[in-house]
Design a protein around this ligand. Structure first.
Ligand SMILES: [Zn+2]
Length: 423
């Protein structure tokens, strides 16, 4: 099956960051050619007037929490967690999490997101199933903790290992640990060793709040990144989420080790965590910077356009510098950098890459088009997304999701949410 997307303005995200008007030929799930295409195809899609971008990559989600969107709204962080989120999460079943994940995938596809990195508190097989049905690309980790009780480690490791049996093709497992303040050193070392042994990404929350930084400093005598570096947890497959309270020295360590740091600007602002992920400085230091929404309970959306805009605005605001970061660099973080972190050949529209492509309709909010990269970061939204391809397969066309019955998904998720809240 070959598909020819004809006449779009293509944001290639190639080495030269070229934006060219032309055709994209998709063959067998990958991009066969970009630019002038004399070739015919089984199917031709007229994309004149549209913008083609690589699918956006959301590098931090908790999909099961999508049905907690708006629950406990307006409470301060500790009351929100202790009175609302933690008790309800403890009651949430794997079936609830699966219904929530399907809802999340509908929202993501509508928002031009084609890949995700999930840290899941629940048994993961339902999330894998939902991702596969939706046609998404991504990685799912079981993210556990031992509350610094090393005697729990064998049990926790068993659950982490069993989660690795799931996944194939576009949806693959990864290894997770909750954070350096909720996990014993033994658990951190064992989970990372398992990730290395299997050649998988390793996901962990690090330095989201100032309190946890000082907890780690008190318990281990080092700032979190210094500590994690000293025990050998930092390498090119480490994905550390948040990093919103890092010292300059820690940012240099991140760059030297080549880890991925995932900024979640909207969630950080909404939870009033205070610090910001200094993505421009981390980028300059050599870290692989990516972006994520975090859960719909703390965001309250899974919109990567909004996340890109907020990430950029926060840098400008923080440094009092309107040129603190370019829109092109922010777009890189949500495309090629995310793909690098996941270890997948996506994130750009070039021959040989996986055909994860989003077609964007301009509409009034993207006219007149002086700066397409700037338009994508600052002006675009899910309302502009018309068609979405993942691995060459159309998952949405003409704003209709093809891989799921969207109405049924919303209904099932809402039913699960209501039952959970009233239980
Ligand atoms: Zn998280």
């Amino acid at each position: 099956m070959t598909i020819l997307i004809r006449g779009a303005d293509i944001v290639t995200q190639d080495a030269g960051r070229r934006i060219i008007r032309g055709d994209i030929l998709i063959e067998g799930g990958r991009i066969a050619s970009v630019g002038e295409s004399g070739a015919g195809a089984d199917e031709v899609v007229d994309a004149s007037g549209l913008i083609a971008i690589p699918g956006l990559i959301n590098m931090h989600t908790h999909l099961g929490m999508t049905i907690l969107r708006g629950y406990g709204e307006g409470l301060p962080l500790h009351r929100w967690l202790e009175e609302r989120i933690w008790p309800i999460e403890a009651r949430q079943s794997a079936q609830d999490a699966e219904a929530a994940a399907r809802l999340a995938f509908c929202e993501m596809i509508r928002g031009g997101t084609t890949s995700f990195a999930e840290m899941c508190l629940h048994e993961t097989s339902g999330i894998f199933r939902a991702a596969k049905d939706a046609g998404m690309r991504g990685t799912i980790s079981r993210c556990l903790l031992d509350f610094n009780h090393p005697e729990w480690v064998p049990k926790v490791m068993k659950e982490v290992e069993s989660s690795l049996a799931n996944g194939d093709g576009a949806v693959r497992p990864s290894v997770g640990a909750h954070s350096p303040y909720t996990c014993s050193e033994e658990l951190l070392l064992k989970t990372k060793a398992l990730a290395r042994e299997r050649g998988l990404p390793f996901q962990m929350h690090v330095s989201e709040t100032r309190k946890e930084v000082f907890d780690v400093l008190g318990a281990r005598g080092k700032y979190p990144y210094e500590y994690l570096d000293s025990i050998g947890l930092m390498d090119g497959r480490s994905i550390f989420v948040h990093g919103s309270w890092l010292t300059k020295k820690e940012m240099l360590i991140a760059g030297k080790a080549g880890i991925t740091v995932v900024g979640c600007p909207v969630s950080g602002l909404k939870l009033a965590t205070g610090g910001i992920t200094q993505i421009a400085e981390l980028d300059a230091a050599g870290a692989n910077v990516a972006l994520g929404t975090d859960s719909a309970a703390s965001n309250n959306s899974l919109d990567m356009f909004q996340t890109m805009k907020m990430a950029a605005l926060l840098q400008k605001h923080h440094y009092w510098k309107a040129d603190a970061i370019s829109s092109q660099r922010v777009l890189d973080m949500s495309t090629i950098n995310g793909a690098k972190a996941l270890g997948v050949e996506a994130g750009s529209i070039e021959p040989g890459r996986l055909a994860d492509i989003v077609l964007i309709e301009r509409g009034p909010n993207l006219a007149p088009g002086h700066d397409i990269a700037g338009d994508i970061v600052y002006s675009a939204g899910p309302q502009n997304v018309r068609d979405v391809y993942i691995g060459g397969k159309p998952v949405m066309r003409g704003r209709k999701i093809l891989t799921m019955d969207e109405g049924a998904v919303i209904e099932a998720a809402t039913r699960a949410a209501r039952a959970l809240v009233s239980s």
